[in-house]
Design a protein around this ligand. Sequence first.
Ligand code: AMP
Ligand code: MG
Length: 487
Amino acid sequence: MKALDELTFDNRFARLGDAFSTHILPEPLDEPRLVVASNAAMALLDLDPTVAETPVFAELFSGHKLWAEAEPRAMVYSGHQFGGYTPQLGDGRGLLLGEVYNEAGEHWDLHLKGAGMTPYSRMGDGRAVLRSSIREFLASEALHALGIPSSRALCVIGSSTPVWREKQERGAMVLRLAPSHIRFGHFEYFYYTKKPEQQAELAEHVLSLHYPECKEQPEPYLAMFREIVERNAEMIAKWQAYGFCHGVMNTDNMSILGITFDFGPFAFLDDFDAHFICNHSDHEGRYSFSNQVPIGQWNLSALAQALTPFISVDALKEALGLYLPLYQAHYLDLMRRRLGLTTAEDDDQKLVERLLKLMQNSGVDYTLFFRRLGDESAALAVAKLRDDFVDLAGFDAWAELYTARVARDGDDTEEQRRGRMHAVNPLYILRNYLAQNAIAAAESGDYSEVRRLHEVLSKPFEEQAGMEQYAQRPPDWGKHLEISCSS
Ligand code: AMP
Ligand code: MG
């Protein structure tokens, strides 16, 4: 276990120099205070969790203090936003403080979001508000606990600094951790600004540090791109299987590591709705729940375009062709597991599709349905769940297929099957209304609800005593909360 001043830095991205990022110091927030910290994320840095309660912790992650070895930099990148190319974006309100490596030899970027203006702030104020910082913190750690690859969050620090959005709010900072903050948009930036030398340097940096195993392949860059395609297919399959809607799948928000990243107005589905749009500003539904699958491919094509200096177009196309079949295989595998199946049959895809259609038509809670399906024997569970459906004949027909399918599947005991199902079907999910309750309390100075919610969501598959209220469908007011892009 380390104390705060014992972190070891090795700022590899900063060393790429000024073409890649700009040195700039964080602008401190007034009266910093700890809102919430993640012990699991602290462990990634070998930090003793008790240091989160010390004043110096809040000072470090609100811009008041800095390690001597840190080297804060705002990264430059660009990206396709809602389908259109924006030539220059970059860290407008976040800074890469430095790269820390832990005792296991893993590197973690420390990225402080809400750290003030940078050369890339454009019209923005460089700040993040408490509300959005709490949402990012909770989602990062909840996604990880669900087994969905994601950037992590160490803490949220609140303050008394006023920040204007639709109304006056308070500034906050969230400390984000990821093995790298390089986005698809980094490659696009150097490609479209026609800087081949820097682009080659960036490609070499990513290959050597993040895909070293690809260096052994005959075509290392192609192997790396294939791996990126594969990781994205798997990540998006997990989003779809667990009902996660990212909200802003612009290429500047897509990580080169295939981890969930920079999610703004995200949501987990309450009722199943394939057409759900979580971002209030996404009028066309470009990033609707079911569109995430083709958009994943669209984004990879945008990255492929930026990699044409290194890889032949034919090879890129072939690699892109892997995306959909891989996505489908991962998705079906996860859905089989959610249904408690261990074997594969040709009609399983249809079984899943029929169920989702029924859920869609009846507005059935996506998370609780699967959890309850694993509470009893298949026959008893479907009998109990039947009341949630409007199309009873349709559900009965599905239930008959399902119970017969379960009967044909493997020969483990009923109890084993239920255990397997509960291990993949969460009881607790980060519902928008739960986040909203925690935010409302935090905005009035009470952080206990954010902390409790974070705790509950860190063990989403385990039933926790006295936490029934976190495993409920949303109340009426919490069903259709509008989450704007402003954050
Ligand atoms: P996002 O939608 O959060 O992914 O941000 C898109 C771009 O806008 C990025 O370059 C951000 O750094 C920048 N940005 C977002 N909010 C602000 C803000 N309040 N101040 C400065 N830049 C911002
Ligand atoms: Mg972004």
